[in-house]
Design a protein around this ligand. Structure first.
Ligand code: NAP
Length: 540
């Protein structure tokens, strides 16, 4: 008998998705091993510890809904919680449901190999250990594979070189230091105002200006919190049915069918309210350039009003993409920060970054001497975490080959040729354009229902048919074609990673409609999937 440990399921990752998957599957009586490369739970909130790291969704819905006791007991201190509090929440969940004992920490998965005769996966970790499991559930997150840019000389920098997505666990003090930040995405936009308050000087290297929305973060309001707790059932139901898995009313009017004054008033009230709700102003902000231009004009005016130096305001105003189609950062005081005397914007679109030297960043027209260089260049999103592993499905075919033309899956849940491998918030699911915890719970619940069905029916393996996967990819791409998203280069398309095929990685049909589709697929006997049962039976 082999001494390789055997489980019913291996869950990779201990963030929102992995914790809930382990909780749900162990609750069904499965023998589950969680594998996590970090030393503790938290996922993205374990690694992204840069100053200002915070969630851009409000905490009362960016939280688990699976336990009534949990949601009644937990109190958030801020409207948008910061990283330490979210990490504390996930630690609390791990303790409360006794989840850590199912995990091995510091265990980075390196390879997944499907053993066809056994209909099971062999899972190898970097510490040289191997386990087998009937099922593998990837809960590695959509934004977890760190993107270090290929900038000449970067590794020769002698000061502190930091990446926002792999931040030290000890506090980093910038007092009296000359700091550079490369990038102006959501991570940089959160970090820049905080670092500017501490550093002697901050230089922001901007390749593409971003449309930044104000968060209007504030301390929790006890009255509102009591209302939330009394109405959580309805709030979660609204999330489950809405396009973005958020509890807000969808817009009903086009930006082009209201008067100028009414449009302005709508934008102003949502701008004052703060956050992504700005996009709930009108129905056509993501489908009509003309409608989108009205929102761009409104935000451009806010930038002009905020940034005192007109030339600087111009440089900070995007000109190359509609608002919203590249993930808009959310923060307070981002534009205001550029009025500070200790902050410089280096426009590296105009004067490109040439190289990093031992003590400076050199652009086409200047040299910026630095003590610390922060790289805020994001992630190899959506497919990057799984592609970093050696994943071999039926016939030894690699996932790299399967995804050679870009992200592909059926419902974002699995891929043809990779039986019993489930992806939570996988490619071509609504994932990153939906409120994550809600999306995670829907996927995990669907997978749990599927495994329960297989167990009861004595089925060994499940995988999507090639036809179902091809149809899903076409359907997802077709929807993208009706939107303005193709008008921006972004990590949604994978174009932030040199050589990555350009294909939109997210399902844009809306979370509510998507969930209904998943449910209908299950009700129809897992339509589009094929099952394999018993040693000698053909797939049915
Ligand atoms: P990102 O959005 O991909 O932004 C990366 C930035 O680095 C961009 O400004 C990019 O410029 C720049 N960049 C990349 N490579 C470069 C190079 N070689 N030279 C110069 N500049 C370069 O990454 P992110 O800010 O880490 O955010 C990624 C996603 O994580 C977000 O969109 C969001 O979904 C999520 N996130 C969420 C939160 C939250 O909820 N609070 C916070 C942070 C992040 P270009 O635009 O020109 O490519």
């Amino acid at each position: 008998m082999s001494d390789v440990p055997t489980y019913d399921a291996v869950v990779i990752g201990a963030g929102f998705a992995g914790l809930y998957a382990v909780h749900r599957l162990t609750g069904m009586g499965f023998r589950v091993l969680g594998l996590e490369r970090g030393q503790d739970v938290g996922g993205v909130w374990y690694w992204n510890r840069y100053p200002g790291a915070r969630c851009d969704c409000e905490s009362y819905y960016y939280s688990y809904g699976f336990s009534e006791d949990l949601q009644q007991d937990w109190d958030w201190s801020l409207r948008y919680s910061e990283q330490p509090e979210i990490l504390g929440y996930l630690g609390h969940v791990a303790d409360r449901f006794d989840l850590r004992r199912h995990f091995r920490f510091g265990a980075a998965v390196e390879a997944l190999t499907f053993d066809e005769p056994a209909r099971a996966w062999t899972v190898r970790t970097g510490d040289g250990q191997t386990v087998t499991a009937r099922f593998v559930v990837s809960a590695m997150g959509c934004l977890s594979a760190v993107n270090w840019p290929d900038i000449p000389g970067l590794r020769s920098f002698r000061g502190r070189l930091l990446h926002t997505a792999d931040w030290p666990h000890e506090p980093v003090d910038f007092t009296g230091r000359r700091v550079g930040v490369i990038g102006t995405g959501a991570s940089a936009v959160q970090a820049i105002p905080r670092i500017a308050r501490e550093a002697a000087h901050l230089t922001v290297f901007q390749r593409t200006a971003n449309w930044v929305l104000p968060a209007r973060n504030h301390a929790s309001d006890p009255g509102f919190d009591s209302w939330v707790k009394a109405n959580y059932g309805e709030i979660r139901a609204r999330c489950a049915a809405s396009p973005g898995a958020v509890p807000f009313e969808a817009p009903t009017l086009s930006a082009l069918e209201v008067s100028d004054a009414e449009r302005e008033a709508t934008y102003q009230s949502l701008w004052d309210l703060g956050g992504m709700r700005f996009f709930s102003a009108f129905t056509d902000l993501f489908s009509s350039l003309e409608a989108n231009a009205t929102a761009q004009a409104f935000v451009a005016e806010q930038i002009r009003k905020t940034v005192r130096e007109p030339e600087l305001a111009r440089a900070l105003t995007p000109t190359d993409h509609p608002i919203g189609v590249k993930r808009p950062p959310v923060d307070d005081d981002y534009y205001e920060t550029f009025n500070r005397p200790n902050v410089t914007l280096a426009d590296i679109r105009r004067a490109p970054l040439v190289e990093v030297t031992e003590g400076a960043v050199r652009t086409a027209d200047a040299e910026y001497e630095l003590d610390d260089l922060i790289v805020a260049t994001g992630f190899d999103a959506i497919t990057g975490a799984l592609l970093a592993l050696d994943v071999r499905g039926r016939g030894g075919v690699s996932l790299k080959r399967h995804w050679q033309n870009g992200p592909s899956s059926y419902l974002g849940l699995g891929m043809a040729g990779f039986p019993n491998l489930f992806t939570i918030t996988g490619p071509l699911s609504p994932a990153v354009l939906a409120n994550m915890p809600t999306a995670v719970e829907q996927h995990v619940d669907w997978i749990a229902g599927c495994l329960d069905h297989m167990h009861r029916e004595g089925i060994d393996a499940i995988e999507p048919t090639e036809a179902a996967e091809t149809d899903w990819v076409s359907h997802a791409n077709e929807i993208v074609g009706h939107t303005l998203y193709p008008q921006a280069e972004s990590w949604y398309f994978g174009t932030n990673i040199p050589g990555k095929p350009r294909r939109f990685g997210v399902y844009l049909g809306g979370f509510g409609a998507y969930s209904e589709r998943c449910e209908a697929v299950a009700q129809a006997g897992y339509e589009g999937f094929r099952f394999t049962s018993g040693p000698n039976r053909a797939p049915r």
